[in-house]
Structure formats: structure tokens, C-alpha cells
Design a protein around this ligand. Structure first.
Ligand code: NAD
Ligand code: DAU
Length: 352
């Protein structure tokens, strides 16, 4: 079996659902259920004997040691993290706690478990760490896309904490021989995305008749990858990646934020037109920029394609259409995540 951490979040949740749809290998799912963790995402595998959910912290050595010795997984896939850049600007403490100290404790638990396996089990074991392209910093318009050899230049408390986690993972391989793999992925989007992030926030605000906040001039560029493509890349790296290597994962879809928002507005105009006949784009509003806002991310995912034969299945056009449709079709999931604590965050970030 495999142990997944953060499997009630956006990407981890999609990963668990896709894994169980394609394999009978059981999953132990360890998640703290912070504001970003959501058991509704896992509703379809509730009661499935192949899925064991445990609420807990990756930094809880006693709990993680016990889970490892009880279930004896062949791999640990770490999604658990604090993941939202704006929250890291308001309060970096939790990011250091989970993304740095939590990873340190998780690595120590895994090292203890791994060092007591038989030689054959040790050789087959993998610790896969899911990370981000943001560790590489920001690009100018004319710069080539981030390659695995780019130096780390993180600019936000979030990306600095993820860079620290990547360094710890690397060191545990170099010093202790732990068989690790690291993936650095660009911006994901798709079903079950918590609506603090740009794409789901824009879809839900548009439908609610609220303003569509674009930071600064909206000309910042992100590379967008449909979440199920990220999941397939992780499965491929787990299966065939070389220990100690890092793999960039991306969608070859560079878009400005304004383009992304305009695309969502056009899809909603088609799929759920406003009752007053006006275009959703009329709700766009340029607001104060994010402090330290990275201008451009772009991923060169050539290594993953050349060495492991992976490439994304979705274009941005096909993936964003599926995503908008998913949010139109899933009222219950949305109603649950947009209650209470979510409203407090929206008031903190955008004002009432
Ligand atoms: P998310 O915020 O939606 O989910 C994170 C999950 O981790 C939540 O379920 C939360 O409850 C859990 N968690 C947080 N702290 C924990 C702890 N101490 N112990 C156990 N569980 C804990 O994040 P996401 O968007 O799904 O991102 C998953 C991973 O992928 C993160 O490591 C993130 O850095 C990375 N990543 C995200 C993106 C993206 O676009 N969302 C892109 C590249 C990489
Ligand atoms: O690049 C990978 C990263 O992508 C992941 O590591 C992070 O976990 C994930 O949150 C995401 O980070 P971003 O900061 O790029 O994503 P976000 O959706 O928050 O913002 C995308 C872009 O849109 C960014 O340039 C900021 C802008 N934005 C965001 C929000 C929430 C707006 O203009 N308005 C908004 O209201």
C-alpha cells in the first residue's frame, strides 16, 4: 500500500480518487484537515476498504511512526502543506510549521521506518515530495522556462518554506540514502479546488454577481496544468523516476491572469448567461497588487517527457471548460466550503 499525506486537499484528494479508480492498491490517507482539507472531496471513496483516512499532522512523530510500522507502505507521497501565497503573506508561521518543521519530522519518521526494512524493501521504497515551480522565483518575459537546473530564488514566505522542504528532502537522500523523488509543478486547476485560489474564486464570484478581483495590472503569467495531469505525472515519477532526481511538471500553457479571467467569463457567458444579458467580464475589477508578486512562471517539462514519456492530456481550453462545468454541477461541495471560515478569509483579503 501507499501512504499519502494531505490527501483531503485539492491535489492530494484528486490523486487519491484517481489512484483508487485505476488500482486496487490501498491508500493510507493522513491529513490534518486544516481549512483546506475537505472530506467531502473523498465522499465517493467513503466506506471503500482500500481507503483508510486518518486525521493527523505530518509533524506528529508518534502518530506517523505508528502508521508506518502498522501499515508498512511501499511509498510515501507528500502533498501536505500550507499552499496559499496570500495567506503566507498575512501569516507565515503556519507555513514554517508544516512546510519546514512538519517535513523534517516526516522525513525523520520515514528514515526510521526505511532503515529497518529488508534490503529488497529498502531498494523498492520511495518518498515522493510534491513541490512547486515557485521555488525558482520569477522570470522576465524573455527568459527561458524553469529547468530543473535553475537556482532556487523563492520570493514569498510560501515559496521559501517549500524551497526549505525541497532542500531537506534532497539532504535526506544525499546524507542518509533515503530514496526520494521531488516534483516541481506549475499552477494546477480543476475539480475540488478551494475557492481562495484564482480560478475557483473567479468562477464562484462571477456566479454570485460579485467583483472579479485582479491583482495589479493582470499581466502576471502562470503556466496552468489540469490537476488530473499532475496526478498522472506523479504516478509516472513514482513508477519510473530516478532516486534523488527532481522533475519539473507543467502544462505548456502560459497565460496572463487577465486572459484566464476573460476565458472563464466567456465560458460562463456561454454556459450560464447572466440574467441581465450583460457579459461576466463587466464584473472585473483591478485591485491592489500582491506584495512581492512574481511576474512570470513557466515550466520546461522536457525532462519528464524525454526520460519518462509523460506529457499532459488536457489543453488549457479543454481543461478550463471541464473545470467551469464541474463548478456549475457541484453545488453541495461548493456550499460546504464557502461557509464560515472561508467568508472570514475573503473579508480579510478583499475587505467586506
Ligand atoms: P491544499 O492547500 O488544497 O491542500 C493541502 C492539504 O494538506 C489539506 O488537505 C490540509 O488539510 C493538509 N495539511 C496541511 N497541513 C498539514 C499537516 N501539518 N499535516 C497533515 N496534513 C496537512 O494544497 P494543494 O493545492 O492540494 O497542494 C498540494 C501540494 O502540492 C502542496 O505541497 C503544494 O505546495 C503543491 N503544489 C500545489 C500547486 C497548486 O497549484 N495548487 C502547484 C504545485 C505544487
Ligand atoms: O505555481 C504553483 C503555485 O500555484 C502553487 O505552488 C501554489 O500552492 C498555488 O496556490 C499557486 O500559486 P499562485 O499564487 O500562482 O496561485 P493563485 O491562484 O493564488 O494566484 C494565481 C495568480 O492570480 C497570481 O498571479 C495571483 C493572481 N490573483 C490571485 C487571486 C487569488 C489575482 O489576480 N486575484 C486573486 O484574487
Amino acid at each position: 500500500m501507499i501512504l499519502v499525506t494531505g490527501g483531503a486537499g485539492f491535489i492530494g484528494g484528486n490523486f487519491v480518487l484517481d489512484w483508487l479508480a485505476g488500482s486496487n492498491e490501498p491508500v493510507i490517507n493522513l491529513d490534518k484537515l486544516t481549512y483546506a482539507g475537505n472530506l467531502d472531496t473523498l465522499k465517493s471513496v467513503q466506506g471503500d476498504a482500500r481507503h483508510h483516512f486518518i486525521q493527523g499532522d505530518i509533524g506528529d512523530r508518534t502518530l506517523v511512526d505508528a502508521l508506518l510500522s502498522q501499515h508498512r507502505p511501499r511509498a510515501v507521497i507528500n502533498f501536505a502543506a500550507e499552499s496559499h501565497v496570500d495567506r503566507s503573506i498575512h501569516g507565515p508561521g503556519e507555513f514554517i510549521q508544516t512546510n519546514v518543521l512538519g517535513i523534517f519530522n516526516l522525513l525523520e519518521s520515514v528514515r526510521g521506518y526505511w532503515s529497518n526494512l529488508s534490503a529488497t524493501e529498502q531498494a523498492a521504497f520511495r518518498f515522493l515530495h510534491v513541490s512547486t515551480d515557485e521555488v525558482y522565483g520569477t522570470l522576465r518575459a524573455s527568459d527561458p522556462a524553469f529547468a530543473e537546473t535553475n537556482r532556487y530564488e523563492p520570493n514569498s514566505p510560501y515559496s521559501a518554506s517549500k524551497a526549505a522542504s525541497d532542500h531537506l528532502v534532497r539532504a535526506w537522500h544525499h546524507t542518509y540514502g533515503l530514496p526520494v523523488l521531488t516534483t516541481n509543478c506549475s499552477n494546477n486547476y480543476g475539480p475540488y479546488h478551494f475557492p481562495e485560489k484564482l480560478i475557483p474564486l473567479i468562477i464562484l464570484n462571477a456566479l454570485a454577481g460579485k467583483t472579479l478581483p485582479i491583482y495589479g495590472d493582470g499581466q502576471q503569467i502562470r503556466d496552468w496544468l489540469f490537476v488530473k495531469d499532475h496526478c498522472s505525472a506523479i504516478r509516472r515519477v513514482l513508477e519510473a523516476g530516478c532516486c534523488g532526481e527532481t522533475y519539473n511538471v507543467g502544462g505548456w500553457n502560459e497565460k496572463t491572469n487577465l486572459e484566464v479571467v476573460q476565458t472563464i467569463c466567456a465560458l460562463l457567458d456561454e454556459l450560464r448567461p447572466r440574467q441581465d444579458g450583460r457579459a461576466y467580464a463587466a464584473q472585473i475589477s483591478f485591485v491592489a497588487d500582491r506584495p512581492g508578486h512574481d511576474r512570470r512562471y513557466a515550466i520546461d517539462a522536457g525532462k519528464l517527457q524525454r526520460e519518462l514519456g509523460w506529457k499532459p492530456a488536457e489543453t488549457f481550453e479543454s481543461g478550463i471548460r471541464k473545470t467551469v462545468q464541474w463548478y456549475l454541477d457541484n453545488h453541495d461541495w461548493i456550499a460546504n466550503v464557502t461557509s464560515g471560515a472561508y467568508r472570514d478569509w475573503i473579508n480579510t483579503q478583499y475587505g467586506a
